[in-house]
Design a binder for this molecule. Structure first.
Ligand SMILES: Nc1ncnc2c1ncn2[C@@H]1O[C@H](COP(=O)(O)OP(=O)(O)OP(=O)(O)O)[C@@H](O)[C@H]1O
Ligand SMILES: [Mg+2]
Length: 362
């Protein structure tokens, strides 16, 4: 039997009499990288502060390594010695990088020789070795974050908590930090719990993701699961499923169902019965656009007109009005090849297997 390193049972938190975290049940397993993902204000920091035992929940229980640590002060203290934290807004002291990274070890009264060895190892892991003598207050945002990570690592924690490790950083500093984290994750047996509002960061780093919104965990699963089979409309929206169409199943032929989307019929694979009210989720990258109706085996082809075109990096997002709005994404190159333009007639095509069906709850 594998026992979770951290387990929460129905934990909640409230401020000023209002619940901002409700009935959170989570298992964090030894050695895994768990990412809490959700929009700003969702409750990520609040939940991290309960998991890392900085705060006591208003309701429910927290277990660490099999022990109930919900409100036992000495057990909480013992558990916290096995953890370290990188805060959302890391604080560095007005002293050298070396001393900043050493402070956790000094609190633990380690020998100076041990401190020297651990600090240089941690700075190497964070790729900050060359900054060892700099005053930490003179560092950039990304470098400050890496010092905070080195400080957290220096004490060799069993669990490392990271709150938005790349918030407010530019793309280059962000990928630098991600590289450092990926290295730590690969190198050590540390359990990592991180909060981020960046879905793709979660996908790149995490073994498992918990999607949190409005103080509730809506879904947990592997990045692949969350990305390809979101179970709720809110999760689908959050992970970038741009086409969420409401309809009703009106026909079934074995696994192949027909869904009526306001008078338009689309085909999909689903177990739900006739009469079920559903959302059909279609990723924009699964839709192809063509100037003519092609003879492909894809079951869903709709004629429409281009309503909007807007470039995003190397890609172009194209909104097609075909009785309902469909958002497709194509490369700049194929947008040029197809000479896509507003009002132009196009055929939008997607396979029945590209449609993911979820039950409508609301
Ligand atoms: N000490 C507090 N007193 C009152 N309300 C609070 C307190 N701490 C957090 N909140 C509220 O709880 C909600 C969740 O906050 P939290 O900081 O956990 O969100 P978050 O997911 O970390 O957001 P972000 O992505 O912006 O960091 C917010 O509405 C916030 O205003
Ligand atoms: Mg936060």
């Amino acid at each position: 039997m594998t026992m979770a390193l951290i387990e929460t049972v129905n934990i909640g938190q409230k401020y000023a009499g209002q619940y901002i975290l409700k009935d959170v049940n989570l298992n964090i397993n030894r050695g895994e990288v768990f990412a809490l993902i959700g929009p700003t204000g969702a409750g990520k920091t609040t939940l991290l502060r309960l998991l890392d035992l900085l705060e006591v929940p208003a309701s429910g229980s927290v277990y660490f390594d099999g022990m109930d640590v919900t409100d036992n002060k000495s057990l909480r203290l013992q558990a916290r010695r096995r953890m370290s934290f990188v805060l959302q807004k890391p604080v560095v002291f007005n002293m050298s990088v070396y001393n900043n990274v050493a402070c956790g070890l000094r609190w633990r009264r380690e020998k100076e020789a041990t401190i020297r060895q651990r600090v240089s190892r941690a700075l190497e892991l964070a790729d900050m070795a060359e900054y060892i003598n700099r005053n930490a207050r003179t560092l950039s945002g990304g470098e400050t974050q890496r010092v905070a990570i080195a400080r957290a690592l220096a004490v060799a924690p069993e669990v490392l908590f990271l709150d938005e490790p790349t918030a407010n950083l530019d793309p280059i500093s962000t990928s630098k930090i991600e590289e450092v984290l990926a290295h730590i994750i690969g190198d050590q047996k540390t359990t990592v719990v991180m909060a981020t509002h960046n879905m793709s960061q979660g996908q790149r780093l995490a073994d498992r993701i918990g999607v949190i919104m409005n103080g509730e965990i809506l879904q947990t699963g592997s990045p692949g699961d969350i990305f390809s089979t979101p179970q709720k409309k809110e999760v689908a929206e959050f992970v970038g499923v741009d086409n969420i169409l409401s309809g009703v199943i009106v026909n079934r032929d074995n696994e192949l169902v027909t869904i009526d989307i306001g008078g338009n019929l689309i085909q999909a694979i689903s177990d739900y019965p006739i009469g079920e009210e559903v959302h059909a989720l279609i990723r924009p990258e699964d839709i192809t656009l063509a100037p003519r109706k092609d003879a492909s085996s894809a079951r869903n082809t709709f004629e429409g007109r281009i309503a909007r075109i807007f470039p995003v990096g190397a890609l172009v997002r194209v909104e097609v009005a075909c009785g309902f709005p469909l958002l497709a994404v194509v490369t700049k190159r194929s947008a040029e090849d197809l000479s896509l333009a507003v009002n132009k007639r196009v055929y939008a095509t997607f396979k029945a297997t590209a449609v993911h069906i979820i039950k409508r709850w609301n």
